[in-house]
Design a binder for this molecule. Structure first.
Ligand SMILES: [Zn+2]
Length: 297
């Protein structure tokens, strides 16, 4: 998959390692502001310092700012994720416009360890998820590493070349992001809300059926992203689609549920057979048309 030198989204919140360390440290600006507040306004310096810290922390989590001490590998991961997110923005903005709506893109939170979301606390490596309450996609980048190493998802087999190794399975990773953004689309269009209401009125088996359809539709939406992005950027390389299909098959429920120890229910990828998932991805990919993605009929 080709992804370098394209627009990188500003909607990425990097909350990995470095961010937390920075928040706990002493900020010079905070101290200066606190001193000025104490000297000239009679404000308790400790209170003033804490207030500026709160603002600084809020700003760094609001804006797409990255922690300072990232390794080259971590930096590349955020560039990659930001590029794919930008690709989804450039895909869905015109589609929503055609429907007479304005697309409000989700924010994407990169984290390691534990993260607090609008849907509860999430543990690292339990898999990516979308939280409708705060409209954010949460991704622990070690999940991508796991995808490559433990599950053997690698688009490139050549492990001797570092650059190749970094690119291994990149389209499968992009597909995971596009699938999560698919859940955001469902949220914006009111589909997930309707399904949630419907679920309350039917049996558990029927309710699970509805969840299956929701998952398959997110796959179809990921297919639309692949279609539109290919038209716009010709980003696909030989074997990319097969790679994503391979990933869809391998990211099974046992893998993710084994890791689901936090409060958040991760995107399980459980529902629907791999054949159904491939079929709906292909439907979106071949048509590029949102009207073809009615998995509920
Ligand atoms: Zn999903």
């Amino acid at each position: 998959m080709r992804w370098k030198d394209r627009r990188v989204s500003t909607n990425v919140e990097d909350r990995r390692g470095g961010g937390g360390a920075k928040a706990g440290g002493i900020s010079i600006i905070g101290l200066v502001v606190a001193f000025v507040a104490w000297k000239f306004f009679g404000v308790d310096p400790q209170q003033a310092y804490q207030a500026t810290q709160a603002v600084t922390n809020a700003q760094s989590s609001q804006q797409g700012s990255a922690p300072q001490n990232l390794t080259a590998e971590q930096k590349e991961a955020s560039d990659f994720v930001g590029t794919v997110l930008a690709d989804t923005e450039d895909t869905w903005t015109p589609i929503f416009k055609q429907m007479g709506m304005t697309y409000k893109p989700p924010r994407l939170v990169l984290f390691s360890g534990v993260v607090r979301s609008g849907c509860g606390t999430a543990q690292a490596a339990m898999g990516p998820f979308y939280c409708p309450a705060d409209q954010k996609v949460y991704i622990d980048t070690s999940f991508f590493k796991d995808m490559r190493q433990q599950m053997g998802i690698s688009g490139e087999k050549n492990q001797t070349e570092l650059s190749r190794q970094d690119q291994a399975g990149d389209f499968a990773q992009a597909y995971v992001i596009a699938h999560e953004v698919g859940h955001h689309i469902q949220n914006l269009l009111g589909i997930s809300g309707q399904v949630q209401q419907a679920r309350a009125q039917v049996s558990q088996t029927q309710g699970n059926q509805l969840s299956v359809r929701l998952e398959l539709q997110a796959d179809c939406f990921a297919g639309i992203w692949a279609h539109q992005n290919q038209k716009r950027t010709q980003f696909l390389e030989q074997g990319d689609i097969e790679e994503a299909m391979d990933a869809a098959e391998k990211i099974g429920d046992d893998y993710l549920q084994r890791r689901a120890t936090g409060q958040v229910v991760p995107d399980s990828f459980t529902h629907g057979t791999s054949e159904q998932r491939m079929q709906w991805f292909q439907t979106g990919f071949k048509s590029g048309d949102i009207n073809q993605c009615n998995t509920f009929k």
